[in-house]
Design a protein around this ligand. Sequence first.
Ligand code: DX5
Ligand code: ZN
Length: 231
Amino acid sequence: MYRLAPSLLSADFSRLGEEVENVIASGADWIHFDVMDNHYVPNLTFGPLVCKAIRPLTKAPIDVHLMVKPVDRIISGFIEAGADFISFHPEASEHIDRSLALIRDGGAKAGLALNPATPLHVLDHVMERLDFVLLMSVNPGFGGQTFIPGTLAKLTAARARLDAWGQKSGRRLLLEVDGGVKADNIADIARAGADTFVAGSAVFGAGHDSDPHRYDTIIARLRAELATVNT
Ligand code: DX5
Ligand code: ZN
């Protein structure tokens, strides 16, 4: 019903492989992989080679969030690297329909990532090309920012659109939220309509005192909060 996708952006980069294994062993569902290019966003992370290196370490889906411009030429690299889900920002693509098709043609699930100020109507003419929608609840570029409260109303509006599309098409799209998700707001975010939750600093900042690289307690806490949501 709900998916937890810890973002590697807040992991210990000096032991990235272990972090992937530990967070999945601790109960996470997906690995969220934030790709930043110091052009579309003012930060720089990792690319297809790093994705390829972690791919053999887990069967869990790898959810690649592209914060790069241009988009198209890096998509094939992530397909080859074994990405399962790939999203990009519509502002970063000259041809949104084509970029989405490239992802699907490569066998991955395609998503659009919407910034806090990007209106939902960018979804209007591409619904049939989409497998999921990612709503940013912070401005992209950094981990550890505060959830923007207006995202709750946007999530509800997005949920209504996706449900209406589901009725019409018979296809259920996932609604992912990214930025500032914590144990104390995840239930409200789920009530607003999200079903897939990226959490970077909340997960990787909450290892055990005795072992800072164990995440089972925080993941159980996030799931317990989600269990209070009546669907
Ligand atoms: C921000 C990234 C997020 C980030 C979330 O640009 O897309 O995935 O890692 O980090 P937290 O959960 O710390 O806000
Ligand atoms: Zn992200």
